[in-house]
Ligand binder design. Structure first.
Ligand code: SF4
Ligand code: SF4
Length: 62
């Protein structure tokens, strides 16, 4: 699963487009992330222009 730093995120949507399992959705003022879908591929972490995403390995660690 990922964690998005809301102080850094500019809601560009890059993390939504690169996700192979559609685990991220762009909302008006936040990124909705589904940890059950996330496969920890880190594509969104690399794609984020603001380095706002932190990857926490493990789907159900919340
Ligand atoms: S790629 Fe980064 S800056 Fe863009 S919407 Fe996702 S978390 Fe926010
Ligand atoms: S780590 Fe991979 S699977 Fe998880 S949200 Fe980011 S792009 Fe999607």
């Amino acid at each position: 699963m990922i964690e998005v730093n809301k102080n850094l995120c500019i809601y560009c949507g890059a993390c939504v487009g690169v996700c192979p399992v559609l685990a991220n959705r762009l909302r008006e003022t936040w990124i909705e992330h589904d940890p059950q879908k996330c496969i920890d591929c880190a594509s969104c972490v690399k794609a984020c222009p603001m380095a706002a995403i932190t990857l926490h390995k493990g789907k159900k660690s919340l």
